[in-house]
Design a protein around this ligand. Sequence first.
Ligand code: NDP
Length: 400
Amino acid sequence: MGKAMIIGCGGVASVAIHKCCQNSDVFTELCLASRTKAKCDALRDKLAGQTKTKISTAQVDANNVEELTRLIEAEQPDVVLNLALPYQDLSIMEACLAARVPYVDTANYEPEDTARFEYKWQWAYRERFEQAGITALLGSGFDPGVTGVFSAYALKHHFDEINYIDILDCNAGDHGYPFATNFNPEINIREVSANGSYWENGQWVETAPMEIKRVYNFPEVGEKDMYLLHHEELESLALNMPGIKRIRFFMTFGQSYLTHLKCLENVGMTSIQPIEFEGKQIVPLQFLKAVLPDPASLGPRTKGKTNIGCIFTGKKDGQLKHYYLYNVCDHEKCYQEVGSQAVAYTTGVPAMIGAMLVMQGVWQKPGVYNIEEFDPDPFMDALNRWGLPWQESFTPELVD
Ligand code: NDP
């Protein structure tokens, strides 16, 4: 059917690449392009003989638009799947525009020197993608990603109007380390040490980091502490869900993680302001990343499950209605299947599905769009088929 170029070869990319190779009727060819080509070569060699997908590899600095454009033009993929870091989003979008190839990512742009993520930089590309006649699909991971698809599906099939959404992200996995992050530590710590916020009655309400705590009894996982965070899909869902009054995002954290994080913050290790060390400028958070366990190494040690989903409250035929859509994923099963833990798995599978739907033209809309702006049904079917089956409840426990 077609060829995808995957940029980045870390934890999430590794899962997406395995899933594309399982789906070799659609992904007949892959080009793996990343900063460290050796990682792409190692994955290509591991997958050789297990898949019909033809894999090539390349070294690229995705911050360099000209270099990347040349590579895309030479490889001629049908879609570019950006699984590098949020810092590279704009340069990869520029290269896709220059080479006229559709673009898919899983995380919105964040400038490297300010820990602030917003869609405005990527939404500013809307007209240029429209005029070029190519689709950019933003946020095709789990959250953002599946949470937006769940929202579009709930609105399409179960509600006339959705007024409240609570997104609950629970990782009950245990990797045995006192402190480690499940995806890129720098991006993860920037996210969780920022102020929290939620959308209510047309405006943002800001909270101190981890100020709002709730306890929730997650299906198949049990009771966990969860904390309100700002999260990127709040921004697009607030615009794209008609009638919305409040959207909140909660993530579970264990006490050991929080105590370590507080201590690291207190001593200045999570700062992104460069400091002088032995005659060299270093960023404390980047140094911390270098000493923490690589998320990709957690796979063989992590036991337990994730449960990520959305609770919707709204109206159907004039009646108040609640609806909970969620996925439960088992760390050990993910590791057996693709050699990664569930956090990478739950992001890599939707990334493959988004790239597939764009490449097949099932989702085709010239311009720059968030995932909830597409028809959710083919994505929901693909989740069941490709390893992230969803479950639903019409009588969920609610979050106060
Ligand atoms: P990793 O750090 O494991 O992987 C990032 C990869 O990008 C590495 O292979 C790295 O290369 C490569 N890279 C970095 N800079 C460049 C560059 N300038 N040019 C080319 N390649 C580059 O990150 P993860 O796999 O954990 O995360 C990947 C993305 O997924 C992130 O954007 C993250 O925010 C997003 N994410 C989204 C989630 C969701 O649910 N929506 C959940 C989790 C993550 P090298 O190997 O040389 O370091």
